[in-house]
Write a protein that binds this ligand. Structure first.
Ligand SMILES: Nc1nc2c(ncn2[C@@H]2O[C@H](COP(=O)(O)OP(=O)(O)O)[C@@H](O)[C@H]2O)c(=O)[nH]1
Ligand SMILES: [Mg+2]
Length: 419
């Protein structure tokens, strides 16, 4: 029922900003004109596109978006890297793969066209035009592009029920689910023992839909008691309902009405979904003898029921074909009518605030943002260095950490004396 794969995704690297100066015939010291690097492309996962399985991901496991281009002289910015779009089946759950387990959820792509960025591209570096200051009109500093995010993720296909079976306990819901699909529900179990939904894929003609048993919605079950969260999400997303009635009950129509009123208490939206009514257990002789009377009783409440035997399979193909047909109609209407708003998930941005810790006597600064600028700073000019680091908020954090003039500071692969 679940299909699960692990893939690695990597955003493109940002292009480097460059150091360049204007060269004009009559201006010996032209101003800086180094363009910025373009941002790297992101890896985006989108649901839908007619994809129904995760099989393709078993072959290809590494996905990398395009890098941004480096900046150029004359303030020309580098081109942004293209996003890499990965299409997955609707109903795919995306989570981070962690070493410790517990894989945190990134997004649950329940509807077509929902999308999530799973690996951001690195930012492009700034060209030297950004580093002009009153005392330095010709900065020989530019930023390197940031590397793209690199992470492993898990894609898990979760089937979502299209059709729910409701009815009193013991009417044969589990038996019907088992008969119509390859699912193996517990037959004649206590109404609330089923905490995990059992889903069955029903094949009818060339098509298929997902069937779920909605267990005993009576006697306070509308309060959600006994039903786990997973259950509720299936139930709520069900598009049509098969209402199963026990043919051997002395009060068939009343049973149906009773269950429907419980259903409205449980969820009024669910109660308004189209229902197919099916009388079960027609293999029993006393039921078979009553078929005409049952049909009349239901006609009086404007209902034409199906007659089935979950035990011997009679009438089930017809019931399932009808369910498929109604399901198609409901889906067609939904596409024509209200549009499901496209949901775009945005993972939390990474922190860019630098942190400081001590390794022996040395103050070590950690901040990807700073590391890449430090990596391209001309340290032979301490004035410039100090100014740029202050501009980026480094002196503030170091000050807080208790740094004093003369202390050693390290950032990336650069080490210097604080003054
Ligand atoms: N004779 C007969 N018994 C059935 C039929 N469907 C279910 N049953 C029996 O009815 C009882 C309850 O069935 P179950 O599927 O567990 O009902 P649920 O509580 O609605 O899920 C079990 O003993 C089944 O074997 C049927 O079509 N004919
Ligand atoms: Mg059952």
């Amino acid at each position: 029922m679940f299909d699960k794969v692990e893939i690695r995704v990597r955003g493109g690297d940002g292009g480097d900003g460059i150091i360049s100066f204007r060269r004009e015939k009559f201006t010996p010291f032209g101003g800086p004109d180094g363009g910025d690097g373009g941002g790297g492309g992101g890896v985006v996962i989108v649901a839908g596109g007619g994809i129904t399985s995760l099989r393709q991901f078993r072959q290809k496991r590494f996905y990398r978006a395009e890098d941004g281009k480096d900046g150029k002289g004359k303030k020309k910015h580098g081109r942004k890297g293209e996003d890499l779009i990965i299409t997955v089946p609707t109903g795919t759950v995306v989570s981070y793969k962690t070493q410790v387990g517990g894989n945190p959820l990134i997004a649950d792509l329940e509807e077509a066209e929902q999308q999530v960025v799973v690996a951001k591209g690195g930012k492009g570096g700034l060209g030297n035009t950004h580093f002009v200051s009153s005392t330095n009109q010709a900065p020989r500093i530019a930023q390197k592009g940031e590397t793209g995010e690199d992470t492993s993720i898990i894609l898990e296909l979760r089937l979502i029920a299209d059709v729910g079976i409701i009815g009193y306990p013991n009417v044969g819901k589990s038996t019907l689910l088992a008969a119509a699909s390859a699912a193996k529900p517990k037959i004649a179990s206590y109404p609330f023992t089923t905490r995990e939904p059992v889903l069955g894929v029903v094949e009818t003609g060339q098509r298929s839909f997902v069937l779920v048993e909605i267990p005993g919605l009576i006697g306070g079950a509308h309060l959600g008691r006994g039903l786990g969260h997973d259950f509720l999400r299936h139930i709520i997303r069900t598009k049509i309902i098969i209402h199963l009635v026990d043919g051997s009950s002395p009060s068939l129509v009343e049973d149906m009405v009773q269950v429907n009123s419980e259903l409205s208490l449980f969820d009024s939206v669910l109660a308004q979904k189209p229902q197919l009514v099916a009388i079960n257990k027609i293999d029993l002789p006393q039921v078979r003898a009553q078929l005409a009377g049952i049909e009349d009783a239901f006609a009086r409440v404007a209902t034409i029921p199906f007659f089935v035997s979950a035990a011997n399979g009679e009438g089930i193909p017809e019931l399932m074909a009808a369910a498929m047909k109604v399901l198609d109609e409901v889906k067609a209407k939904a596409e024509f009518g209200v549009q499901v708003p496209k949901k775009v998930f945005r993972p939390q941005p990474r922190s860019i605030i630098p942190t400081v810790h001590k390794e022996g006597d040395i103050f070590v600064v950690e901040a990807p943002e700073l590391e890449r600028i430090v990596g391209s700073i001309d340290i032979t000019n301490p004035g410039v260095l100090g100014k740029q680091l202050r501009r980026l908020g480094l002196s503030k954090v170091l000050h807080k950490a208790g740094v004093k003039p003369g202390d050693k500071v390290r950032c990336g692969n650069l080490e210097w004396e604080w003054r």
